[in-house]
Design a protein around this ligand. Structure first.
Ligand SMILES: Cc1ncc(COP(=O)(O)O)c(C=O)c1O
Ligand SMILES: N[C@@H](CCOP(=O)(O)O)C(=O)O
Length: 463
């Protein structure tokens, strides 16, 4: 299995190389050269398997010879051992034909743990083999950062620097990043928004001298392995509702487009997905882009679903690459326009291709809050605001006999203020992190400045 860049000019890599490389050297994102198919019988055979065994079967074709089967199985087992639910990704019923896929039973209470726990193990195995040391730099709107710090804290051969927008993550998210005491993890509060943080991370990857000096690696969904790990729960949930004999639809709370792109890959592998619905909050660039063809950044506006406060949606580039018939030059020119003019117009052909595979909708702040309240009243389920955006948009879709699965991407206790405002209930943190509010914090506030960030990282990383 080989991986190519969405901008067409970076070296073609193996799975392990793509995982350790992060951003391609032409500024693009790595995608598989071709997507392996799973036959209907292979999909049907996933029924009744453990999450771990299903994960092995779904991901195995993508990793080539990077890991032997026994090693890969052991890695997967270790990755999910710390989850607080035996099913790992349980499905609960919200209505006659509407299901919620709870993805928040991992160590940091968000869907990011599914990929990050796995990547932590994969990096550890690969670095132990090579003896190399890497510096991981990641951008977060709250959940990627805490999941990455949890997965990599204390690991040998890795320093981790997480950039988060100062004052724009929830208190639980911030504390999950600032309270781990391990010397190899560093939480950096950037004076800016998430788009600034993500842009500086990409700038660091494009500064080849810095990149090579520190051995830069990425754990954002820049990293293909992140997307791959997220493909698995589309299969397990769809199969539990009757796939491949019955099609299902998914609604996905979306920001950086990694999670829904994983759903798209599941469909390309053969999973019968009828609709894949992008659900955005008021930062609705993706919904606007699909509706009008104009991908235009309007600046991030803070919301009660802060992890989705994103305008420059990194993985949309992967979808564009496909929509433009894998024309790297076309993607590169659109990405240049985004950087220089803050937007671009999607060609009519590419727009039609995107509309064939994705639907979209948005939820306002009031609609999000009302959905948390109404869902709680009707079902007893307490949604986090991101999941509520999904449930609202799923409810806006035309009636269909196909079951709809909405992804519940975070635990409500990560966003207690928004939940309490909607329901009057302050969801408690699970017992294992009940003292989070008492633990001492360690954070460095930094300007949104590439030079300042690079100097700080060079100074702090262990050599
Ligand atoms: C809780 C939560 N929901 C939804 C999203 C959006 O996911 P994606 O960025 O993969 O579109 C994020 C951030 O990524 C998140 O943290
Ligand atoms: N919502 C994310 C934003 C980063 O997304 P990623 O999937 O590219 O890591 C977060 O919680 O940080």
């Amino acid at each position: 299995m080989r991986y190519v860049s969405t901008r067409g000019t970076a070296p073609v890599l193996t799975f392990e190389e793509a995982m350790l490389t992060g951003l391609a050297r032409d500024g693009g994102l790595y995608v598989p050269e071709s997507v392996p198919a799973m036959a209907p019988a292979e999909i049907a055979a996933l029924a009744g398997l453990s999450y771990e065994e299903a994960a092995f079967r779904v991901m195995r074709p993508f990793i080539g010879d990077a890991f032997a089967d026994a090693e890969f199985r052991a890695i997967i087992d270790r990755a999910y051992a710390g989850f607080g639910h035996a099913a790992r990704a349980p499905l609960v019923q919200l209505g006659p034909n509407h299901f919620l896929l709870e993805l928040f039973h991992g160590p940091t209470l968000a869907f990011k743990d599914f990929a990050m726990q796995l990547i932590g193990q994969l990096f550890q195995a690969a670095l132990a083999r090579s003896g190399n040391r890497v510096t991981i730099v990641g951008a977060t709107s709250g959940d990627t950062g805490s999941a990455a710090i949890e997965a990599f804290r204390g690991l040998p051969n890795v320093d981790v620097f997480i950039l988060f927008p100062e004052g724009r993550v929830s208190e639980v998210q911030r504390r999950q990043m600032t309270t781990p005491a391990e010397a190899n993890v560093h939480a950096l509060a950037v004076r800016g928004d998430f788009d600034d943080c993500q842009a500086r991370v990409k700038d660091m990857f494009n500064d080849f001298a810095f990149r090579d000096r520190v051995g830069l690696a990425g754990v954002n969904s820049i990293n293909w392995a992140r997307v791959l790990a997220q493909v698995v729960y589309y299969f397990t949930s769809a199969v539990s509702l009757g796939a491949p004999h019955r099609a299902v639809s998914f609604t996905v709370p979306t920001g950086n487009f990694g999670d829904i792109f994983a759903g798209h890959i599941a469909r390309r592998m053969g999973l019968p997905i009828e609709k894949l619905v992008i659900a955005t909050n008021q930062n609705d660039i993706l919904h606007r882009a699909l509706s009008t063809g104009a991908y235009e950044t309007h600046g991030v506006s803070p919301s009660i679903s802060p992890s989705m406060d994103i305008q420059v949606s990194s993985n949309f580039e992967r979808a564009l690459f496909e929509a433009y018939g894998r024309d790297g030059a076309a993607v590169a020119s659109q990405m240049d326009a985004l950087k220089e003019q803050g937007g671009f117009t999607i060609s009519q052909g590419a727009l039609e291709a995107l509309r064939e595979v994705f639907a979209s909708g948005r939820a306002s702040e009031e609609e999000t809050s009302a959905t948390i309240r109404a869902t709680h009243q009707a079902t007893g389920e307490i949604l986090c605001p991101h999941s509520a955006v999904g449930v609202k948009v799923a409810g806006d879709q035309p009636a269909s006999a196909t079951p709809m699965i909405t992804l519940a991407t975070a635990h409500p206790a990560k966003f207690p203020d928004a939940v309490a405002a909607a329901t009057g209930i302050r969801p408690p943190l699970p017992k294992r992190m009940a003292d989070l509010y008492e633990r001492p914090e360690r954070v460095t506030v930094v300007d949104n400045d590439l030079g300042a960030l690079e100097s700080l990282i060079e100074e702090r990383r262990a050599v």
